[in-house]
Design a protein around this ligand. Structure first.
Ligand code: SAH
Length: 231
């Protein structure tokens, strides 16, 4: 299978449809081999624009969702990014290609927190094998609490549906920072909410539209009886 060609065609289609608007996002998505992050049985579907199962009942988001999150969070060269929900590591690699592409002196960094130990290990292995170890740090833990040691962040992207906006995430944003988070019921549509902290520390909230994500767990997520249910 010619994955490079499939990748190029998929990204070109998303650009033509106006889904990918930014050149930096297109360039980043053209670089990252999604087929290398997902389980072998789904590899032939790597460039279908749909969520793909990654094991443990979780999925990596569709290509258009990855692009949308990055554009909504306005990631740019040099940003320090926190991802809540590392999954297989694919999306973190795409963020890294935006904030810390090779050949630039300014280097951002991505911290990605994953609550399922086996997935955190898989993300770490994938990212290391594909040359992202210096730009992406994987943490096994509860990302609904954010990640204190590396705060504050230019951008925080949550890739699981949250019942509300966790206070620690807002607190860990830099002035001028952006938080993008799906808020709403699990197993149904959620609102993708953009939270912005301005330079005076004032926080504003704006809904960007509907989306569907797996439920957030942990301290600020849904209780176990909710996320264990087979949605
Ligand atoms: N960005 C991922 C998509 C992962 S799907 C990728 O590129 O593959 C959402 C992930 O969030 C799942 O792997 C799930 O285990 C994880 N998750 C759910 N609650 C979490 C929490 N409180 N902290 C960290 N990760 C969490």
């Amino acid at each position: 299978m010619d994955f490079a060609k499939m990748r190029e065609e998929a990204i070109r289609r998303l650009m033509a449809a106006g889904v990918i608007k930014s050149g930096a996002v297109a360039k980043a998505m053209l670089k990252v081999p999604r087929e290398e992050f997902i389980p072998p049985e789904y590899r032939s579907h790597a460039y279908v624009d749909t969520p793909i199962p990654i094991g443990h009942g979780q999925t990596t988001s569709a290509l258009h969702m990855t692009a949308w999150l990055i554009e909504a969070a306005r990631l740019k060269l040099g940003d320090k990014v926190l991802e809540v929900g590392g999954g297989c590591g694919y999306m973190a690699a795409v963020y890294a290609e935006v904030v810390a592409p090779e050949g630039f002196e300014v280097r951002g960094h991505v911290y990605t927190v994953e609550i399922v130990r086996e997935l955190a290990r898989m993300a770490e292995e994938n990212l290391k094998r594909l040359g992202y170890a210096d730009r992406v740090t994987v943490i096994h833990g509860d990302g609904s609490l954010g990640y204190e040691p590396a705060k504050p962040y230019d951008a925080i992207i949550v890739t699981a549906a949250s019942p509300d906006i966790p206070d620690p995430l807002v607190e860990q944003l830099k002035p001028g920072g952006r938080l993008v988070i799906p808020v709403g019921s699990p197993g149904f549509y959620q609102d993708l909410v953009l939270v912005e902290k301005d330079f005076d520390g004032k926080v504003t909230f704006r809904s960007l539209g509907g989306c569907v994500f797996v439920p957030l767990r942990g301290r600020y997520g849904f209780p176990e009886r909710v996320w264990r249910r087979d949605w």
